[in-house]
Design a protein around this ligand. Structure first.
Ligand SMILES: NC(=O)c1ccc[n+]([C@@H]2O[C@H](COP(=O)([O-])OP(=O)(O)OC[C@H]3O[C@@H](n4cnc5c(N)ncnc54)[C@H](OP(=O)(O)O)[C@@H]3O)[C@@H](O)[C@H]2O)c1
Length: 329
């Protein structure tokens, strides 16, 4: 596993970050622990979660489940100090008008709740899950700065922010001497390029912000298991993924990946991740797995880079990708 600096900070993170949205949803607790064990054994140190995971997974689930699984695992393995732990705030966590958002009132309570579930006294990277345009950016940044001063949070980051809001935040941090977003978490993959590449990517490059893309395999489409012939894929996400990407363009991208993967002796998923890892703006894609076997298929992407001609081939094959859907209020 190689390690990279997160943006302009001195923090070193593994070039693959482990996503945990699956924990307590499509991966039970035993499997989740086995996935984290295998990730750490392979040299991974960077784990991403969110307070709301996984509140969409039916009545049996609730927000905070993924954080609890990670907190109990870190306690049992006594490995908190070895993990760069990222979580998020913004979604609805309790009833009432302040149960969600990025107000000072919501952030302060939500952070203490996350710390309790994670069984730790600090969060390495505390991220705003998506923008809250009802709260002034200065209020959000000043609450986050206070958490940094209190030692509860080491670095702050933003996810799903439109580039203009991210730029506004950088400006406010500079102007008022507040903590700065050092990391950005966009949706980004070969199937979802425009939303990040058009505005936020040059912004992150110019201002030396770390970038940790989520859904780098387009929810599993870029593993190559979805086929033109419509063979059934067993996944709770299959229907949505086929609806978004299961078309002639999408399958053509898979066929190009298959050919590049065969030439390199790698898998389709590893080649899709290598496309991302070969871009110097990227710090670490966030990989998600439901089983240890899936994780083990992804880990060899670490250290794998594509050459100029392979990058050009994939970039041209996905030039059509312009299905951008902004995520903010
Ligand atoms: N900030 C945000 O708003 C946001 C949003 C979404 C996710 N995230 C973060 O990003 C992480 C990753 O997102 P994602 O799960 O969408 O990532 P992804 O890498 O695009 O998709 C992961 C899914 O692909 C399938 N898969 C993975 N490896 C495979 C393999 N070797 N063979 C076959 N199938 C495989 C699995 O789904 P199946 O088994 O179901 O096919 C797995 O759950 C999440 O865990 C979360 O931490 C953040």
């Amino acid at each position: 596993m190689e390690y990279r600096k997160m943006g302009r900070t001195g923090l070193m993170v593994s070039e693959l970050c482990l996503g945990t949205m699956q924990f307590g949803w499509t991966a039970d607790v035993t499997t989740s622990w086995a996935i984290m064990d295998a990730f750490v054994e392979a040299g991974g140190n960077f784990i991403d979660t969110a307070d709301i995971y996984t509140n969409w997974a039916g009545e049996a689930s609730y927000g905070g489940k993924s954080e609890e699984v990670i907190g109990n695992w870190m306690k049992e393995r006594n490995c908190r100090a070895d993990i760069v732990l990222a979580t998020k705030v913004r979604g609805k966590m309790w009833s009432g008008p302040n149960g969600e958002g990025l107000s000072r009132a919501h952030i302060m309570r939500a952070c203490d709740d996350s710390l309790r579930r994670l069984r730790t006294d600090y969060i390495d990277l505390y991220q705003c899950h998506w923008a809250d345009l009802n709260t002034p950016i200065e209020e959000t940044l000043s609450a986050l700065s206070d958490l940094v001063s209190a030692g509860k949070v080491l670095y702050i980051g933003a996810s799903n922010y439109p580039a203009w809001r991210l730029m506004e935040a950088l400006w406010a941090s500079d102007r008022y001497g507040l903590a700065r977003f050092e990391c950005y978490q966009p949706e980004y993959s070969l199937m979802e390029r425009a939303g990040f590449e058009i505005e936020a990517m040059p912004l992150c490059k110019h201002h030396h912000i770390g970038v940790i893309p989520y859904s780098p395999l387009a929810g599993g489409f870029l593993t190559g298991k979805y086929k033109r012939d419509g063979a059934k894929v067993s996944s709770v996400r299959a229907e949505g993924i086929i609806g978004k990407y299961g078309n002639d363009n999408g399958y053509s991208v898979i066929e190009i990946l298959e050919s590049l993967a065969t030439d390199a002796g790698k898998s389709v998923a590893q080649t899709a991740l290598a496309w991302m890892l070969s871009n110097p703006v990227i710090t670490a894609p966030i990989i998600g797995a439901n089983t240890v076997e899936q994780l083990k298929d992804l880990l060899p992407a670490a250290g794998f880079r594509l050459g100029g001609s392979e990058m050009k081939c994939l970039n041209e094959a996905t030039r059509y990708v312009r299905n951008w859907r902004p995520i903010w209020d």
